[in-house]
Design a protein around this ligand. Structure first.
Ligand SMILES: *Cc1c(COP(=O)(O)O)cnc(C)c1O
Length: 468
């Protein structure tokens, strides 16, 4: 399709401004533009059609199945957006007098209360802008704790299992820690013996997610957190995605000391386009004194990781979501997320092979390495072919401990018919791999863009239009 600039016709416009009725002033010569900006010139109808066409070429959760594992692409109820667009929330300024924004303060306090309840934590901050930023904040809490006990010098290592989300080792290293990898047992869970072997006087903490990145709940979790505490370390819970456990089991009760959660995955803010999000960070009582505070709201010398109260409207959406689902709805959503993942896994079984053939939580991983050996068709080829079937590809090649991985998370917002249809497509592609591998190597055949050079696209993206 054409870019909006290519659709532009000089002189065409869609607004008629009244004649200027105030005195005009000229900018100082040095500040004025030398040439007019190259803005597209179009009629309103053409603009509308342009954006509608763009919209049709994008796959969102409103257009179809979006089983992107570890990302929770669930449908976000419209009421959450409606509440976040109320003028009382959108029209405020961070410097508004406290008296005039008491409602907003109440939103923050109420959301904090409910999220702490869901996390099993005593306090939280909304400052971090996203999940990775939340991890960074949480690990700094751990660092401050060790400093406060005079142990910062000797506690230099953070333990991260090999199945962890890539942001975990990155975070630990950004915070100045040495990352120690601990291998997973064959069932995808933490190998207790391997963990014991790396724990010691130099352990600052452990970063873990449970259910882990292969979608399995680690049944040894109490023993794991106990061992870390015994060594003098703290336990960090990566709760980016709480869909499997919210309202059912609390990370605080599993023995974790702090947590971040992505409000933009679990709690109703759509994501995928780069923001805005919120990586709320919760912690136990003894870490609360180290939480970042808003300098404005909580005193001038407060420690901050971001300005003011963070991404406020994302918190409004999360609170709306929590209030509309309520105490019964939240665990029900988690149960349905788990049920849907298990249902889909069972329906696909017999064709593509689950990496871990046991009850999963809210997501599961398929291992296509045998399939690739037999047909030459890779996980990438399958993902690309799925696009032609109106489906967003699952997460690929993650977690790293499974080769030729496809990771599916259907979420609780898909009905049985959708899951049946999706399973049918997977079964069909399994057969197609044996019958016509060439077709799958060249897929997708019906998309705007087929196979961009992904390294170039991510390292050197060209997102700027230049006049020919
Ligand atoms: C998404 C995710 C993150 C990172 O969250 P961002 O908001 O993208 O920074 C961290 N850990 C896990 C397990 C995730 O799924």
């Amino acid at each position: 399709m054409k870019l909006i600039f290519e659709r532009s016709v000089p002189g065409r416009k869609c607004d008629i401004l009244p004649a200027c009725d105030v005195k005009t002033v000229s900018l100082p010569a040095g500040l004025a533009r030398r040439e007019a900006p190259t803005l597209p010139e179009m009629a309103e109808v053409d603009i509308s059609r342009h954006y509608t066409e763009l919209c049709k070429n994008v796959h969102g959760v409103n257009s179809g199945f979006y089983p992107l594992g570890s990302c929770t692409m669930k449908y976000n109820p419209r009421i959450d957006e409606e509440m976040a667009s109320l003028p009382g929330f959108t029209g405020i300024h961070p410097l508004s007098p406290a008296d005039s924004v008491r409602g907003c303060r109440a939103v923050l306090d109420t959301a904090q209360k409910y999220l702490c309840e869901i996390f099993g934590m005593a306090d939280c901050t909304f400052q971090p802008a996203a999940g990775a930023h939340g991890e960074f904040t949480g690990v700094l809490l751990i660092k401050k704790y060790h400093e406060s006990r005079g142990e910062a010098q000797k506690r230099t290592k953070i333990i991260v299992p090999d199945s962890a989300h890539g942001t975990n080792p990155a975070t630990a290293s950004m915070c100045g820690y040495t990352v120690v990898n601990v291998a997973s047992a064959p069932d995808g869970c933490v190998d207790l013996e391997a963990l014991k072997a790396v724990l010691g006087e130099d352990t600052a903490g452990l970063m873990l997610t449970n259910p882990n990145t292969v979608g399995i709940f680690d049944e040894n979790i109490l023993e794991i957190t106990r061992l870390v505490h015994e060594a003098g370390g703290l336990c960090y819970y990566d709760g980016a995605n709480l869909n499997a456990v919210m309202g059912i089991v609390r990370p605080g009760d599993m023995g974790f000391d702090c947590i971040h959660s992505n409000l933009h995955k679990t709690f109703a803010t759509p994501h995928g386009g780069g923001g805005p999000g919120a990586g709320v960070v919760g912690c136990k009582d003894f870490l609360a004194p180290f939480l970042p505070k808003s300098a404005l709201m909580d005193g001038k010398d407060a420690l901050q990781v971001r300005s003011f109260a963070g991404t406020f409207l994302v918190v409004v959406k999360a609170l709306t979501y929590i209030l509309t689902l309520g105490k019964e709805g939240i665990p029900e959503a988690a149960e349905n997320a788990v049920l849907n993942a298990n249902y889909l896994m069972q329906k696909i079984k017999g064709t593509f092979k689950p990496a871990f053939d046991r009850i999963c939580m809210h997501e599961f991983v398929l291992d296509l390495s045998d399939f690739k050996k037999e047909t030459g068709v890779s996980a990438l080829d399958v993902a690309k072919t799925l696009i032609d079937y109106g489906m967003h590809p699952p997460t690929m090649y993650f977690p790293l401990i499974v080769h030729e991985a496809l990771m599916l998370e259907p979420t609780e917002t898909e009905n049985k018919e959708n899951l049946d249809a999706a399973a049918e497509v997977f079964r069909k592609l399994y057969k197609l791999g044996f019958e016509d591998p060439e077709y799958m190597h060249a897929a997708p055949h019906h998309a705007q863009i087929a196979r961009p050079d992904e390294v170039q696209a991510s390292r050197n993206p060209v997102v700027r239009w230049a006049k020919a």
